[in-house]
Structures are given as C-alpha cells and as structure tokens.
Design a protein around this ligand. Structure first.
Ligand code: PAF
Length: 283
C-alpha cells in the first residue's frame, strides 16, 4: 500500500490505472477507522481492480469548532487496517493540500439537504459536497462507497453527482452494528461508560417501532413511540426523529406517501455530549 499525501501523486497514479483499463473503487473517510469502514473497503476490494481510501477530517463540513477539534485522529492504526485490507492507495492529504484556497462553492443541493441534518447543521452538507466533489475530481473513481448510517448524506451526494455530472456509481453499504445493536461510529470512542451502556437503546427502540408499524400503527403513532421512548430513557436526549421517503428525504404523513421509494426513520440523539445518528427501514 502506498501512502499518498499530494493530489498530484494520487491523480497521476490513478490516471495510469485508468489508462490500463482498470476500475477504481474510492472509499472516502475521515479516519478513526472501524469495522464499519472495513466493510466498505472490503466491498470496494471485491468489486474493483484498484482501491483508494481517503483519510481526511474535512474542516468545511464541521459547523462546530469543538466537534472538529475533538474528532478522533488515529492515522497509524488507520494505515495498519488499510494495509491489512489490501488497499492500494491511502490518500491522506493535509488541509492545505485539499484547500490551497478557501472553497467558496455553494451547491444547490435542494430539498434533500434542507431537512434533518441539513436543518440542524447549517453548512454541513455544502461542506460534504465540497470535499466529496474534490475527491471525485481528483480520483475519478469507477465506484464510490458510503455507509448507510449517514443515510441522508448518500442522498445529498447523489444530488451533487447529478449537479456536477460525475460519471460514477454510488454504492450504499449497510450499517455495521456492535452485537448489542449500537451502530459503529468513530464518535463511539468518546462515549462514557454510562453513555456506552445506554446507547444500544437507540437501535432497540427503532426495532420496536418497526414491529409497531408491522402491527398496523400509522406514521404519527410510530414516530410518537420513538420520540417518547427516547425521552423516557435516562441519559439520552433526542435531537430529531423523522420518518422520510428513502429517496427524497421528505417527511411522510402516511405510509402510502413512500410506497415508491420506501420509508426510513432517521434519528439523532445526544448521549451525554456525543451526537449519535442512526436509522431504520420500515419498508
Ligand atoms: O461520512 C464521512 O465520513 C464524511 O462525511 C465524508 C463522506 C468522508 C466526507 O468528508
């Protein structure tokens, strides 16, 4: 595995691969890699000739300076994991390398980016679009892999790809969970022991809500169940819970509203000062 620090080197290496007709799988990450990332890398490895993983904590997508400062950075361990997964290139640029000048682009991301994370974290998705579009332009991958834990992010990236006219396949990959149901996240390492103990309640409540929906409850009753169950759980504080159309990300009023694309419940919860996100499919 080659560790690459410059955009010049990674573009040249991948241009060479493309000239030979090789397919390129890109896994964009912010590092602090865990088994969830590994599942993306393994999938990319199985489906492409060349695999490149970017490790870059992108400052333009953080709207909170403390969140950016405390984001875990574990480059040595990340490289060891990537090497073990048979990755060809680990692209690990500095902020100056990725942003030699401030990125002033504003993407017209539309309604998919206005709700939930978009409403709670102003500017976040524009920052994601900035960095992912740069990575796509630099690496020109055949396929790019994203975890479904950040469900809305995938819809936003699809929109950015359509706006910019990138010719590549977006591959969504299922959430990987701890055995007790907690969705793997780089932020989990910041949970206190008490916070870690209570965190699996999020997925348990979501699963119970799927059972409730299966027994005939309507959208409002299911959403109420999730909101009130989280509120009743000591140590968790709900930021939002929305049941949305799986493609448009718009809240639905009845199950029939999502009959074409499916319905997903998206949740963000504070567990102490750690912001956890998760989601579940109703159909
Ligand atoms: O999901 C993430 O880790 C980040 O938002 C991404 C896609 C790597 C862009 O910085």
């Amino acid at each position: 595995m080659e560790i690459v620090r410059t955009t010049k080197r990674i573009s040249e290496a991948l241009a060479e691969a493309r000239a030979k007709g090789l397919s390129i799988g890109l896994v964009p990450t912010m590092g602090a890699l865990h088994a969830g990332h590994k599942s993306l890398v393994d999938r990319a490895r199985a489906e492409n000739d060349i695999v490149v993983v970017s490790v870059f904590v992108n400052p333009t997508q953080f709207n909170n300076a403390t969140d950016l400062a405390t984001y875990p950075r574990t480059e040595e361990a990340d490289c060891a994991m990537l090497q073990g997964c048979g990755v060809d290139f680990a692209f690990i640029p500095t902020v100056e390398e990725m942003y030699p000048e401030p990125d002033t682009r504003t993407f017209d991301l539309g309604p998919v980016a206005e709700v939930m994370e978009g409403a709670m974290r102003p500017g976040h998705f524009n920052g994601v679009a900035q960095i992912v579009s740069k990575l796509f332009a630099i690496t020109q991958p055949t396929r790019a892999y994203f975890g479904e834990k950040d469900f809305q992010q995938i819809a936003v990236i699809r929109r950015m790809v359509a706006l910019e006219g990138f010719d590549l396949e977006i591959v969504p990959c299922p959430i990987v969970r701890e055995s007790d149901g907690l969705a793997l996240s780089s932020r989990n390492v910041r949970l206190t022991a008490e916070g870690r103990a209570i965190a699996p309640a999020i997925h348990r409540i979501l699963r119970e809500s799927v059972a409730l929906a299966g027994s005939g409850a309507d959208v409002a009753a299911v959403a109420d169940y999730v909101r009130s169950s989280i509120a009743a759980t000591d140590g968790l504080e709900l930021e939002y819970y929305q049941i949305v159309d799986a493609l448009t990300m718009q809240p639905i009023a009845c199950w029939n509203d999502a009959r074409q694309n499916g319905a997903v419940g998206c949740i963000t919860v504070y567990d102490g000062d750690v912001r956890l996100i998760d989601n579940i499919r109703y159909f």
